[in-house]
Design a protein around this ligand. Structure first.
Ligand code: ADP
Ligand code: MG
Length: 234
């Protein structure tokens, strides 16, 4: 479902080159829930943006559901992204001027599912599952972080995307909200057969997935070369 081959990315800051990804290859099968762990600066977010088609790789390619993402025009890639991928970010990224309901509905509309009874029911179901049905008329500034992330998750899942990409979705949450978010990702993965790729710093969160990928210095490494991880399990 998700395939990356020899992806490289270098950022240039002034005269300094930062090699964020040094040849990353991975495969995630349909319906798999994979977590990516690794120290800060190891290239996790860069990989997330490239796999989601939000950033270009310098070399290598990304294949999403059999389609070469890298070779597409920007507009085709945007269309594919909107129909197939739901994104969850550490800092929620909700539109501040819209209510919770507005944020979810705009994602639903952009995903090609305009307003209708069935679609309204879908919004209702997901907001109830996430326990935010009483917050629908609140704007992001009027909600707690946990509530905002639950709205962001509803936004990501409302179109039942084939793929969910999450970058440290519990990074700014307390343990109670973290558990709600992780359980929802797991449930959605199991019920809808969604492919989930989740980046996390939290070893406990990493165990929600079927498989853990370790990153270090812009590369995928075996678990024993990830000291942070071995330490967490001492
Ligand atoms: N937009 C950017 N411009 C310049 N350097 C960046 C940018 N984004 C990330 N980097 C650098 O690339 C490396 C990998 O960053 P990142 O992918 O964010 O890692 P992680 O998510 O694992 O913390 C780091 O050294 C970071 O400073
Ligand atoms: Mg990051």
């Amino acid at each position: 479902m998700i395939e990356a081959e020899n992806v490289r990315k270098t950022y240039r800051i002034g005269k300094v080159d930062v090699q964020a990804l040094r040849g990353v290859s991975l495969q995630v099968a349909k319906g798999e829930f994979v977590t990516i762990v690794g120290p800060s600066g190891s290239g996790k977010s860069t990989l997330f943006y490239i796999l989601g088609g939000l950033t270009h790789a310098d070399t290598g390619h990304v294949i999403i559901d059999g389609v070469n993402f890298t070779a597409m025009s920007d507009s085709d890639r945007t269309r594919l992204r909107r129909s197939k991928i739901g994104f969850v970010f550490q800092k929620f990224n909700l539109l501040p001027t819209l209510t919770a309901e507005g944020n979810i509905e705009i994602a639903r509309d952009i995903g090609g599912h305009p307003d209708g009874a069935a679609q309204r029911e879908r919004v209702q179901r997901i907001t109830q599952l996430l326990g935010i049905e009483k917050r629908l008329d609140h704007r992001p500034a009027e909600m707690s972080g946990g509530e905002q992330q639950r709205v962001a998750l509803a936004r990501a899942l409302v179109n039942e995307p084939a793929i969910v990409l999450a970058d440290e979705p519990t990074g700014n949450l307390d343990s109670e909200n973290s558990e709600i978010v992780l359980k929802m990702l797991r449930q959605s993965n199991q019920e809808l057969g969604q492919t989930v790729l989740m980046i996390t710093h939290n070893p406990e969160a990493a165990t929600y997935g079927d498989r853990i990928i370790h990153m270090r210095d812009g590369q995928i490494v075996p678990p024993e070369r990830d000291p942070q991880w071995s330490h967490a399990h001492d």
